[in-house]
Design a protein around this ligand. Structure first.
Ligand SMILES: CC(C)(COP(=O)(O)OP(=O)(O)OC[C@H]1O[C@@H](n2cnc3c(N)ncnc32)[C@H](O)[C@@H]1OP(=O)(O)O)[C@@H](O)C(=O)NCCC(=O)NCCS
Length: 159
C-alpha cells in the first residue's frame, strides 16, 4: 500500500478509545488473543524507539490508519521484551515485520541491549519460524499465560 510506514508510537494508555479498540481487534483477528481495552491500557510500553505503529497516512488520524503494532519494552538490565507484535492480514508477508525487527535490533545495539525475548502461542508456528530465523529459541513453556492454550517463551541474543 502506498505511503504506509512504521512510525514511533505513543503510550498505549494515552490512545483514544477508538485506537485501543483497533488494537484490540488487530490482536483478536490476527493472533486470536482476546485482550480487553483495560489490558491494552495497562501495557507498560513507554514512548521510546521500540514503540512502533504501522500507519497508513491516507487514513490518519482515523483508527483505521493503524495496520500494525510492534511494542517492545526495556526488560531487566540488558534486554528487551516484545509485548505485542502484529500486522494486519492485508499487509503481512510484505516485509513490514522484518523491517520492524531490524529497527528493533538497531535500537538494541545502540542502547547496549543484549537479548530479545517474547511470548508466543505454541500453535503459532509461522511466528515461531520468523523468530527462529532471527536467532531466538524456545527457553520455556508457559502453561497459564494464554487462556487458549500452551505458550512458549522465546529468547535470543541481539544479532
Ligand atoms: C508474524 C508477523 C509479525 C511477521 O510480519 P510480516 O510482515 O508478515 O513478516 P515479513 O513479511 O517481514 O516476513 C515474513 C516472510 O515474508 C517474506 N518477505 C520478507 N520481506 C519481503 C518482501 N519485501 N516482499 C515479499 N516478501 C517478503 C519472507 O519470506 C519472510 O520470511 P522470513 O521470516 O524467512 O524472512 C506477521 O505475519 C503477523 O502479524 N502475524 C500474525 C500475528 C502474529 O502471529 N504475531 C506474533 C505474535 S507473537
Amino acid at each position: 500500500m502506498d505511503g504506509v510506514q512504521w512510525m514511533y508510537g505513543f503510550e498505549p494508555d494515552s490512545m483514544s478509545i477508538e485506537w485501543k479498540e483497533r488494537v484490540r481487534k488487530l490482536f483478536l483477528d490476527e493472533t486470536g488473543e482476546a485482550y480487553t481495552i483495560d489490558s491494552i491500557s495497562n501495557l507498560q510500553v513507554p514512548e521510546w524507539k521500540g514503540n512502533l505503529l504501522l500507519i497508513d497516512p491516507k487514513e490518519y488520524p482515523n483508527a483505521s490508519s493503524l495496520l500494525g503494532v510492534m511494542w517492545a519494552l526495556p526488560h531487566e538490565e540488558h534486554g528487551v521484551r516484545i509485548a505485542a507484535f502484529v500486522i494486519d492480514a492485508s499487509q503481512q508477508s510484505d516485509g513490514w515485520g522484518s523491517k520492524a525487527w531490524q529497527h528493533l535490533v538497531e535500537i538494541c545495539r545502540a542502547e547496549g541491549k543484549k537479548f530479545i525475548q517474547l511470548e508466543v502461542k505454541a500453535e503459532n508456528v509461522r511466528a515461531q519460524k520468523f523468530y527462529r530465523l532471527r536467532g531466538l529459541e524456545v527457553v520455556r513453556e508457559l502453561r497459564h499465560y494464554y487462556a487458549s492454550g500452551l505458550g512458549l517463551e522465546m529468547k535470543g541474543p541481539v544479532q
